[in-house]
Design a binder for this molecule. Structure first.
Ligand SMILES: Nc1ncnc2c1ncn2[C@@H]1O[C@H](COP(=O)(O)OP(=O)(O)OP(=O)(O)O)[C@@H](O)[C@H]1O
Length: 330
């Protein structure tokens, strides 16, 4: 029997296609009650990892379990996990209704589930239209309806926002938030942070097959949402003072200091306290897109108390009383 926890646990998962290491030693846990975004640039290995979780690709090494069991061991997989991996491949001559009735028969669930699923995804009005006339956004909704047919505890969605217009994305966000509010689980991939930043609570970020961030989105925002750039008369002394106050400091190539997670007023106070003169100051805010770029290019430099981003050096936010973890600086 599965443990009913609603958890997906990925441990040391790797997959190579010939010489190509598509996924490398991936370890993370997806928790119930929150939406977890699975983020990475094109080709990072997201789809391969999701397919391994769902038992569609055999890992080269490592394991992926859902409710404590591998997918193939789940006694009632459709009732545990619903998946959307591809919003294509529907028979264009069938209606959504017909498509889902086939699903119901194949999954041995009552036909009434068809109406329920169509209602849930807002496709009831188009239920008797041929799928060939559907927009990509409608196909995404139909794919989601298919995943919901078994009334699953967990949803695994590969790029579900792809093809949705802003209204569709807003709808998906509300749908997924309501889904997890009852204690269910969502793992959804995207290569576009903006697309999921208002939906996901937690993030697993991968780059070139490696995990580079696993933690709360809020924590990531806080980690490097701002820094103060200062030109100081005595950079060494100000560095010591800022570090004593708990801030990370970087030396920039132009001689300025970047005090991570601090604003210029705070740095001015610190400088005054240690008698260091400042010749120029600027607050810099880093938006999430830059943050994502830094993460996936190994340039992330942490926030308060984190050192510069040298491979093997940056302590993760998780080492400061949180649950985040870091992979190698790529
Ligand atoms: N069946 C396969 N055979 C050979 N190479 C593959 C196969 N599937 C994936 N790859 C390769 O593995 C790497 C990871 O691909 P994957 O589709 O998992 O990435 P992704 O993060 O989902 O990318 P995207 O966002 O573009 O879908 C890519 O270099 C891809 O070309």
């Amino acid at each position: 029997m599965h443990d009913g926890s609603g958890r997906i646990h990925v441990q040391g998962l790797s997959k190579s296609f010939g010489q190509l290491p598509a996924v490398q030693n991936l370890t993370f846990t997806v928790h119930p009650g929150v939406v977890t975004g699975f983020l990475g640039p094109n080709g990072a290995g997201k789809t391969t990892a999701l397919r391994m979780i769902l038992g569609l690709v055999q890992p080269s090494s490592g394991t992926a379990t859902i409710n404590g069991l591998q997918f193939s061991e789940l006694p009632n997989p459709a009732g545990v996990v619903g998946a959307v991996l591809d919003a294509h491949g529907f028979h264009p001559g069938r209606t959504a209704n017909q498509h889902l009735l086939c699903y119901a028969a194949a999954m041995d669930v009552p036909d009434e589930q068809v109406d329920r699923a169509l209602n849930l995804v807002g496709l009831k009005v188009a239920a008797n239209r041929k799928i060939g006339s559907y927009s990509l956004g409608m196909r995404q909704r139909l794919a989601l309806a298919s995943a919901l047919m078994g009334d699953p505890q967990i949803l695994v969605l590969d790029e579900p926002a792809n093809g949705l217009d802003p209204e569709g994305i807003a709808w998906l966000r509300e749908f997924l938030k309501a889904f997890v509010a009852g204690g269910r689980t969502v793992l959804m991939s995207s290569h576009f942070l903006r697309e999921i930043e208002h939906t996901a609570d937690r993030l697993v970020v991968i780059s070139r097959g490696h995990c580079v961030y696993d933690g709360h989105l809020d924590e990531l925002r806080a980690a490097q949402s701002s820094r103060a750039l200062v030109q100081a008369s005595d950079p060494q002394q100000l560095t010591v003072k800022a570090q004593e106050a708990g801030f990370g400091v970087e030396f920039l190539p132009d001689g300025r200091l970047a005090v991570l997670g601090a604003d210029s007023a705070t740095v001015a106070d610190l400088a005054a306290e240690c008698g260091v003169a400042l010749y120029g100051m600027r607050d810099e805010r880093i938006d999430l897109e830059q943050l994502f770029f830094q993460l996936t290019n190994g340039q992330f430099s942490g926030g308060p108390n984190y050192g510069p981003s040298m491979p093997g050096q940056p302590p993760p936010p998780g080492q400061h009383g949180t649950t985040s973890t870091w992979g190698p600086g790529l």
